[in-house]
Design a protein around this ligand. Structure first.
Ligand SMILES: [Zn+2]
Ligand SMILES: [Zn+2]
Ligand SMILES: [Zn+2]
Length: 360
């Protein structure tokens, strides 16, 4: 579709189109500036395919496949009709957080402050099938995975001393996965981590109600960065994307906590995550990615809206990013959303989803 210059500049002003010059955009969640520098988009050729994990390269037996003895009783198992497990949660063999010592901060010198890394660190096995990924899980399996996440976070909340649960899925070595078998991790920790505290501050700063509800409403009106909308979730590339093909999946129902959302809402978000991962595979190939679930700390009462970040690992953080915390994004989120929307249509022409029609 052709647009005249006035319309173009108005859309640029309203956050509708990719900038024709490099642009700073404010991430209202984190409070950080990101740089969208799409002139560097030809660098897309430098995007890298997922590296295989060492276990698959070296033929080491998979510790998460059915039949492997777990080192401890599973924390949760969901079984199918044939009696075999379908979803499994195991204690992490190399936990970052462990035990129940109270969170007491001690000063061991003028600049040496420490506290016990107490908590829970679990592995969530997404499927008994070694060769699946989150992107290739069928609907029913996604439902089981999401119910398991909810059940475990509820359990974490009821564990004394813990304040926050982080759920993640790392896919590929660049994303930090050490085992190829599809799995996520569930960490219950005794403090509110900085990323969450920054997002909470972002919600506090926002004067127009819920920041995430407002972002969804604005994106749906503009229709430029939406990838998929369903009854339960809205998936888009945020205006302030700091990395190429960054995606936000937001539940339609406003609520602070994943584990207190309706079962259909939780499952709907899980399916939206699965679908956009499928679109990422279709559009970019088998790339590494991180899926990060953000839910409010258990006892938080301020406005917050739980959501899921999907961060494909296509570029590395170099000196400028590490030194300043300012990301340089070489793919405008407008282009990213367009690519992923097209890819999703190709791989998942699902009549139940109201795919947004392309607008340019
Ligand atoms: Zn396996
Ligand atoms: Zn909201
Ligand atoms: Zn977040």
């Amino acid at each position: 579709m052709k647009r005249d210059a006035n319309v173009l500049s108005r859309l640029c002003l309203e956050g509708g189109l990719s900038p024709r010059v490099n642009q700073l955009r404010l991430d209202p969640l984190s409070g950080r500036w990101v740089t969208v520098a799409t002139d560097r988009a030809q660098r897309q050729a430098l995007f890298v395919a997922r590296q295989l994990t060492l276990d698959s390269l070296e033929g080491i037996p998979c510790p998460f496949c059915p039949g492997m003895k777990a080192s401890a009783p599973p924390a949760l198992e969901v079984h199918g009709a044939s009696g075999d497990w379908l979803v499994r949660v195991l204690p992490n063999r190399y936990p970052a957080f462990e035990g129940d010592r109270p969170f007491v901060v001690e000063n061991r010198g003028p600049v040496f402050t420490e506290a016990p890394a107490s908590g829970i660190h679990e592995v969530l096995i997404l499927s008994p099938d070694h060769d699946r990924t989150m992107a290739s899980l069928p609907d029913e399996q996604v439902s089981l995975v999401m119910s398991a996440i909810r059940d475990r976070v509820e359990e974490h909340e009821n564990t004394s001393g813990l304040r926050y649960s982080q759920v993640i899925i790392n896919h590929g070595r660049q994303a930090g996965a050490s085992v190829a078998h599809p799995h996520g991790q569930l960490l219950g920790i005794p403090f509110v981590p900085r990323e969450l505290a920054e997002e909470q501050a972002g919600f506090d700063r926002f004067a127009g109600g819920c920041l995430v509800c407002a972002a969804v409403a604005a994106e749906e009106t503009l229709d430029y960065r939406i990838i998929q909308t369903t009854d339960h979730a809205v998936t888009f590339c945020p205006y302030w994307s700091g990395t190429p093909y960054e995606v936000l999946v937001v539940p339609r129902d406003h609520g602070a906590h994943l584990h207190r959302a309706s079962p259909s809402g939780i499952v709907g978000v899980g399916r939206a995550v699965r679908s956009v991962l499928r679109a990422i595979n279709e559009s970019l190939g088998d790339v590494a990615y991180n899926v990060v679930f953000h839910s409010a700390p258990y006892r938080a009462t301020d406005v917050y809206h739980w959501h899921v970040h999907i961060l494909p690992c296509l570029t590395t953080r170099a000196g400028f990013e590490l030194g300043t915390g300012v990301m340089i994004n070489v793919v405008g989120p407008e282009k990213a959303a367009n690519d992923l929307r097209d890819a999703l249509r190709r791989v998942e022409p699902d009549p139940d989803d109201r795919h947004v029609t392309a607008t340019s």
